[in-house]
Design a protein around this ligand. Structure first.
Ligand SMILES: CC(C)(COP(=O)(O)OP(=O)(O)OC[C@H]1O[C@@H](n2cnc3c(N)ncnc32)[C@H](O)[C@@H]1OP(=O)(O)O)[C@@H](O)C(=O)NCCC(=O)NCCS
Length: 212
């Protein structure tokens, strides 16, 4: 059985834990956090990430998952680990569907009930959360987060670091630039070319950059 280090022990870290357990592939799962007093995860050890040497990670763990909810922080950490030669496999819940014709990048997670359909391309460090859908021929840039129930319809693209909140919808063949947040339940029917926060049906811009 393999060992897994999950970096980040917050809400997303716990979802990643559930996904890892469901795969049945890991006999040992340990968290790492950079918080002074992380909220305990019952039954699991939380290491101080700041004291972990990269060589120690490589020696002790067979696999690493970056489970930080904030898109920018997750992508930075993902890229830093990859640059140091630590391989980050995609983690796919056994009850998600990823088409064999699709690709999912390093360190991305696809959670329960999600679908990544034919010829879709999911970048590195992405979250395709519970029951989210990436339809055929869509492209998600690196560090994108599709929250639970978000749907990206066929042929659309979502730029790096963007966040589609719960139950939001992107119509087909729409292009969204990097660093866009679409609020819960929002519907995007036209291209978005300016970073910022967009809400409503159809969406309208309500703010500048939003830290997820
Ligand atoms: C989009 C979102 C992130 C914006 O948060 P924010 O930057 O703090 O925005 P605010 O709460 O200040 O709202 C700004 C305006 O947009 C409106 N608004 C915010 N979210 C909205 C939404 N989802 N739908 C419609 N209007 C919304 C607010 O009412 C407010 O309007 P007002 O200025 O007329 O009062 C947040 O509202 C949201 O939708 N969160 C969902 C989170 C989620 O899906 N989490 C899942 C994690 S797995």
């Amino acid at each position: 059985m393999r060992s897994l280090l999950i970096i980040g022990s917050g809400g997303h870290g716990r979802s990643v834990l559930d996904c890892a357990l469901a795969t049945g592939e890991y006999g040992e799962i340990v968290f790492a956090s950079n918080e002074d007093e992380p909220t305990p995860v019952p039954g699991y050890e939380i290491l101080d990430e700041r004291k972990l040497a990269l060589s120690g990670i490589r020696d002790r763990f067979d696999a690493v998952a970056v489970a930080i909810g904030d898109n920018r922080a997750r992508l930075l950490k993902t890229r830093a680990l990859l640059a140091c030669g630590i391989s980050l496999l995609p983690l796919v819940h056994p009850r998600a569907y990823v088409s064999p014709l699709a690709s999912v990048g390093a360190g991305s997670v696809v959670l329960a009930g999600a679908v990544v359909n034919a010829f879709a391309e999911v970048g590195a460090g992405c979250i395709v959360n519970t029951c989210a859908v990436v339809e055929h021929e869509c492209r998600l840039g690196d560090g994108v987060h599709l929250s639970p129930g978000a749907i990206v319809a066929g042929g659309s693209s979502v730029g790096e670091g963007s966040w589609l909140c719960a139950n939001s919808v992107v119509s087909d063949h729409v292009g969204i630039c990097p660093r866009v947040t679409v609020g819960a339940g929002g519907c995007v029917i036209h291209d978005i070319s300016e970073p910022g926060v967009y809400v409503g049906v159809p969406v309208r811009k309500v703010g500048g950059l939003c830290a997820e």
